[in-house]
Structure formats: structure tokens, C-alpha cells
Design a protein. Structure first.
Length: 254
């Protein structure tokens, strides 16, 4: 005969097991480090600081989580105001490209300064990877120090569904994550970024545009840990827990 103590113990173990199955993997980013969060339900920044301006009327559509926006690849994009980092930052975005068949003309994002500072991400790796779908990130600080990261053979296939792209930079090292996998992790030193000119999502502000859907865009003034990326990716199925304000206060390990 099973004792009451054993029954209670079994119940406790079952609760712990169910809790581990239903909880998200990884550790949520610290909400206090978030500079901007665009859920892409509308033009609102959830922190009420960096409201988007739409250009050529991007279309509201189904996103990875609730709604997102569709950009037509010819004229649609968003802009947002001046933003500044000291050394560290993270840029996270879900993207569902229709096509990359433009030989590197698909720009995902650009932060631009009136001086030399630039952060931009596009789909061309300049002979160091596939012509279309390879991720290139260029980071230039206020002193004109240039860091360039290439994802190599990682390919964002057009029409293949949602991709989660994260770029982290801590002043000495840049990392590109594609669907929770490290595509590149390179050393590079740059410090001080004043992006006080026009900043754009879905364009380089000079005639290059993104063709496809975007959703859930985050800008943070720290470099996320891998555990933070794990949490936001959530096995490719984000929920409201992955939206700002993030639900966990646990600190990640280095």
C-alpha cells in the first residue's frame, strides 16, 4: 500500500516536471537594459521613447507573434529618432523574407550618425559567403573604427518562414545569432556610438530595402548572453513572455 508521504512526494515531483516542461528555456533579458521594443502591432515603442515613423505605408500582417509588418522591397520602411550607446548593445528582430534575390540590396536595419558612427545589417557577405542570404553586419564607432562580421554559410532563405536574428556587441567582440545558433563570434574593438542622424528598419536610407515581414524588434544597451537569446527565441515559438517587459529577473551567467 502506498503511503500518504509517497503520494505527496509523487505529486511534488509531477508539479516540478510540468513546470520544467512549460517554462521557457534560457534567461529573460533584464527589462531595465532595454532601450526600445517594437512589438510591431503599430508604430509604438513599448518604452514610449522611440516611436516609429512609417514611410510608404508598410502593411500590417500576421507576425511571428500577433501582428507584424510587411515591407514590399521597393519603398516601405520605418525610421526612428537618435539613439546612443557607450560600448555594448544588442539588436534582435524576427524576419520572414520573401526573397533575397537582389545581390545584397536587402538591408535589415541601419543606425546612422552625422559623424562616422554606423550600425547596419544586410544580406550580402562580399565574397565571404553566399551572395544572397548571408548576413553582414558593419559597426563603425565615433572614432571611425570599423568592425565587420560575416555569417559565412548561414543563409536566410527567402520564402522559408521566420528567422530570428540577434546581433550583440560588447566593445571587444561581436556575435551574430541565427535561430539561436551562433553564426559568427569575432573579436573587434570599438567604443562610443552616437547614432544621431536618421535610423531605419527595413532600409539603408539610400535606396536599398527589405522584402518580407518583420516583427518583435528589440534594442538593448547591453550585450545579451546566449541564455538571453535562448529565452527570446523560445525554440522558435515566442509567446507574450518573450515580449517587453520580460517576465524573468534571473541574472544570466557569463
Amino acid at each position: 500500500m502506498i503511503s500518504i508521504k509517497k503520494i505527496l512526494l509523487l505529486n511534488i515531483l509531477m508539479i516540478l516536471l510540468l513546470s520544467s516542461v512549460t517554462s521557457a528555456v534560457g534567461v529573460a533579458p533584464n527589462s531595465g537594459d532595454t532601450l526600445a521594443y517594437w512589438a510591431m502591432e503599430d508604430l509604438t515603442d513599448e518604452l514610449s521613447t522611440y516611436a516609429l515613423t512609417d514611410v510608404s505605408s508598410p502593411t500590417s500582417t500576421t507576425g511571428i507573434l500577433d501582428n507584424g509588418y510587411y515591407l514590399d522591397g521597393t519603398s516601405d520602411y520605418f525610421t526612428f529618432p537618435s539613439i546612443t550607446f557607450t560600448d555594448d548593445f544588442t539588436y534582435s528582430q524576427w524576419i520572414n523574407p520573401d526573397t533575397w534575390a537582389n545581390g545584397g540590396l536587402n538591408t535589415i536595419v541601419i543606425f546612422d550618425g552625422t559623424g562616422t558612427a554606423i550600425f547596419y545589417m544586410r544580406d550580402y557577405c562580399g565574397g565571404l559567403g553566399p551572395t544572397d542570404g548571408c548576413i553582414q553586419v558593419t559597426i563603425i564607432d565615433d572614432s571611425n573604427t570599423v568592425c565587420t562580421l560575416y555569417s559565412g554559410d548561414v543563409i536566410l532563405e527567402g520564402g522559408a518562414g521566420w528567422n530570428h536574428i540577434v546581433v550583440t556587441f560588447d566593445g571587444t567582440r561581436g556575435v551574430i545569432y541565427h535561430n539561436n545558433v551562433v553564426a559568427v563570434n569575432d573579436s573587434c574593438t570599438a567604443n562610443g556610438f552616437t547614432f544621431n542622424d536618421e535610423n531605419g528598419i527595413g532600409t539603408n536610407l539610400a535606396g536599398r530595402y527589405l522584402d518580407g515581414k518583420i516583427d518583435e524588434v528589440t534594442v538593448s544597451d547591453v550585450a545579451w548572453y546566449k541564455e538571453n537569446v535562448d529565452y527570446i527565441y523560445n525554440s522558435g515559438s515566442p509567446t507574450s513572455a518573450q515580449q517587453y517587459p520580460f517576465s524573468s529577473t534571473e541574472e544570466p551567467t557569463a
